[in-house]
Design a protein around this ligand. Structure first.
Ligand code: SF4
Ligand code: SF4
Length: 307
């Protein structure tokens, strides 16, 4: 019988002060379970990832976060809200303010520093920049469940959240997963509302049809006959119709306040932007990911559909 005293460390509540983190959960690190690995491999084998070749790479790291930080013991999954009530905008609400990669990283680096100050050890912060299965770990930590729209849904708070992770070599007390019965049930609103029928019956997304993918990640010309349904950058439809998003948290970080010029941008205006205007308007914005050429490709496609 193991008589060693419990070595779990617990995060104090004040570690989150001023960071914008709405909810967090902790998982102990072990390789990703076989079913989840198999699902991912099948999704890649069916070419559901479109032209996102990077999703094929670093499979061994994606399946084993120990390879991201030597000696890692725990993952802290964090959710930071971003929703603002702007209807009819052609740009996805997550991209209306400052780039979450920068904002969330800065906030989580503050938490990581506090973790090191309290418990010692090493940390690594990931915000969509490392091959880590962020929703898998968020579910394991009891942060929420995966909806049919493939988004992490936090019960009572919805899916308008950025996720970020802090890996630490310190053993933290894991939080409990949600009960199995917490899921989408038979709602199906997102499946019916998706303009391109990208949400498959098995709950996976055919990314190559998804407007978020096509407007942001797809490289080169859009496939023949593409209808972007007015989306200049990203798509919020499956999140907007989800009943779990009826009452999203309203207390967002000031950096995520929508920029008026970005929120009001139309397809016609986007086609007229010069490089200098684009660079100024999209400074510290996630939208610079498409570059001006990508945004204008989308704008021209929308205008062609409307003509
Ligand atoms: S983001 Fe838009 S296109 Fe993609 S699955 Fe959701 S509703 Fe469909
Ligand atoms: S709209 Fe319905 S089916 Fe889709 S994610 Fe939300 S609860 Fe699940």
């Amino acid at each position: 019988m193991n008589s060693e005293p419990c070595q779990w460390n617990k995060l104090p509540a004040d570690i989150w002060t001023g960071t914008g983190v709405f909810r967090y959960g902790v998982s102990d690190i072990s390789p990703v379970d076989e079913t989840a690995v198999l699902h991912y491999r099948q999704w890649i084998a069916r070419h559901r990832h479109g032209t996102m070749q990077y999703m094929e790479r670093y499979a061994e790291v994606r399946d084993n976060p120990h390879l991201l930080l030597e000696g890692a013991e725990s993952i802290i999954s964090c959710a930071i809200p971003y929703h603002t009530p702007l209807a009819g905008c052609a740009i996805s609400s997550y991209a209306l303010g400052d780039d979450y990669h920068e904002v969330v990283r800065n906030r989580l680096e503050t938490v990581a520093e506090r973790v090191r100050g309290l418990f010692g050890g090493e940390t690594r912060v990931c915000v969509d920049t490392a091959p880590i299965r962020e929703r898998y770990w968020a579910v394991r930590a009891g942060l929420g469940f995966i909806g049919i729209n493939n988004q992490l849904i936090i019960p009572g708070a919805g899916s308008y959240f950025f996720l970020g992770e802090i890996l630490t070599t310190v053993r933290l007390k894991p939080t409990a997963p949600l009960p199995d019965h917490m899921d989408c049930g038979r709602c199906g609103r997102c499946v019916r509302a998706c303009p391109t029928r990208a949400i498959m019956g098995d709950g996976s997304i055919d990314t190559s049809r998804c407007l978020s993918y096509l407007t942001i990640e797809h490289k080169g010309d859009l496939p023949e006959g593409t209808d972007l349904h007015g989306c200049l950058y990203g798509c919020d439809t499956c999140a907007r119709v989800c009943p779990h998003n009826a009452h999203p948290p309203t207390d967002i970080l000031p950096e995520f306040t929508p920029r008026p010029a970005v929120a009001a941008l139309t397809a016609a205006q986007a086609t007229e932007l010069t490089q200098e205007q684009f660079s100024t308007m999209m400074r510290h914005s996630a939208i610079k990911r498409t570059k001006l050429t990508g945004l204008q490709r989308n704008a021209q496609s929308i205008l062609k559909q409307q003509s």
